[in-house]
Design a protein around this ligand. Structure first.
Ligand code: UDX
Length: 429
């Protein structure tokens, strides 16, 4: 049996909470620190500030081994391993903003009993070397360093953590690599150990390749529209080639979320900083931007002008099964529609849109049927299962014009047309 460790997790966001809860589940003693008093108070009262299946139960059943605090001393008291799980949002230049990471690293000064500092946050390649230097300067040269990127998808993060395709550990020395590998005892997946820079690159390359697959199929979908082919048939058969695989070939309105947009831009900037222009990735990003604008264009072609038209956005989160609105395509669609002078109504079962523009200028409704009332067009933006079950016959009857753009190919074209819809989708005839 591997020893139980004392782990300090910095950051109680999606990644920190899942990491902390899963390490506690594996038997370790975990203290999660965040600087947001409201978040910590909520967690201490037994509530979870984000929606992630299984996470609330996991936190509740491990409360003996899992605590939340604002206090730095309490966090580091007895800690053997410090996990950095703070966010690294895009900065003005498109490079990752590492200010939160640096403030954690600075706060470790004096934590001489640590055995290792591990960065889970997504960072530019080379960050680990800079953290290493900072630790050395802070008198922590005996403390190991590891990169341990996460590959969890929202909505299945707990499952992904405990049953991953792989655990990637980048470390400069064997002892640190072994320590972090042992910490994962009980995790059901292969462990791959490599140098720190390569581990940092794996994360960025994986997300970029996944985004590439989606943009690729979205471009093929556009070509299918122009040639009369059906992208759903094409994607299915392409995906049967085991070298290509069936995943991330779902055409749609474009990728969003907390990772793909920020990480692909960060990788592009990282390359630019070395004097190399990542051409393929730039095109992947451009295709993704275009995908949202093409949705608006389709409505414009159908309605003539959008000025004064009422448009319903169905689904706001960047994907179903989450309340996350970060880089959601719906935000771009809402802003574009408002800029064209349209009135925007919306529905989502879980989203918590920010109180700012464009959302402050839209009206939210309790059901999809209410959202489309009197609308000149509706767009399926997120493939929530509720939309498959919606009363579309009623929707067609209460819309001013039954124009429906299914941005996720969720509905059956023949059935929708039979209900009287002018039905458009992505890459289907
Ligand atoms: C992603 C990666 O999957 C995960 O490994 C990484 O750690 C973080 O980023 P996540 O952002 O939670 O996870 O969402 P994911 O399910 O991967 O979807 C990303 C976006 O791509 C969504 O907007 C989704 O709608 C879109 N998508 C996904 C498609 O348009 N088509 C697909 O076939 C798959």
């Amino acid at each position: 049996r591997t020893p139980e460790r004392r782990v300090a997790v910095f950051g109680a966001g999606y990644i920190g909470l899942v990491t902390g809860a899963c390490f506690a589940e594996l038997g370790h003693h975990v203290v999660v620190r965040d600087i947001d008093p409201e978040k910590v108070a909520l967690l201490r009262s037994g509530e979870v500030p984000i929606y992630e299946p299984g996470l609330g139960d996991m936190i509740a059943r491990n409360k003996e081994r899992l605590t939340f605090t604002l206090d730095l001393e309490e966090t580091l008291d007895g800690a053997e391993i410090a996990y950095v799980c703070v966010d690294t949002p895009p900065s003005a230049s498109g490079d990752a903003d590492l200010s939160r990471l640096w403030s954690v690293v600075r706060s470790l000064e004096g934590a001489t009993r640590l055995k290792a500092v591990v960065v889970k946050s997504t960072v530019p390649v080379g960050t680990g070397a800079r953290v290493r230097a900072a630790l050395d300067e802070a008198g922590l040269s005996h403390v190991g360093y590891a990169a341990n990127p996460e590959f969890t998808a929202e909505g299945r993060a707990v499952e992904d953590f405990l049953h991953p395709d792989r655990v990637v550990i980048g470390a400069a020395d064997d002892a640190t690599a072994r320590l972090i590998e042992e910490l994962h005892a009980g995790v059901d997946g292969p462990v791959v150990v490599m140098d720190v820079r390569s581990a940092e690159m794996v994360k960025l390359a994986s997300n970029a390749l996944l985004a590439t697959k989606i943009s690729f199929i979205n471009e093929i979908a556009t070509l299918c529209e122009k040639t009369g082919a059906d992208v759903e048939e094409v994607a299915k058969a392409v995906g049967l080639d085991h070298r290509l695989g069936p995943h991330f070939l779902r055409p749609g309105i474009g990728w969003g979320g907390s990772c793909f947009p920020k990480d692909s831009e960060a990788l592009r900037q990282l390359a630019s900083n070395t004097g190399y222009h990542l051409q393929l990735l730039s095109a992947v990003i451009e295709v993704n931007n275009l995908q949202k604008r093409r949705a608006i264009q389709k409505l414009q072609d159908e309605l003539g002008t959008l000025t004064g038209k009422r448009v319903a956005l169905l689904g706001l989160t960047f994907k179903p099964g989450t309340d996350d609105m970060r880089e959601a395509p719906s935000t771009v669609l809402a802003a574009r529609l408002l800029a064209e002078g349209a009135e925007v109504r919306c529905w989502d079962p879980m989203a918590r849109p920010p109180a700012a523009e464009p959302w402050s200028s839209t009206t939210r409704h309790e059901t999809p049927e209410l959202a489309v009332e009197g609308a000149d067009a509706a767009i399926v933006v997120t493939e929530w299962p509720q939309l498959r079950e919606a009363d579309w016959a009623h929707a067609a009857a209460v819309m001013r014009r039954p124009v429906l753009f299914d941005g996720r190919n969720l509905l059956d074209p023949a059935a929708m047309r039979a209900l009287g819809f002018t039905y458009m989708s992505v890459g289907r005839p």
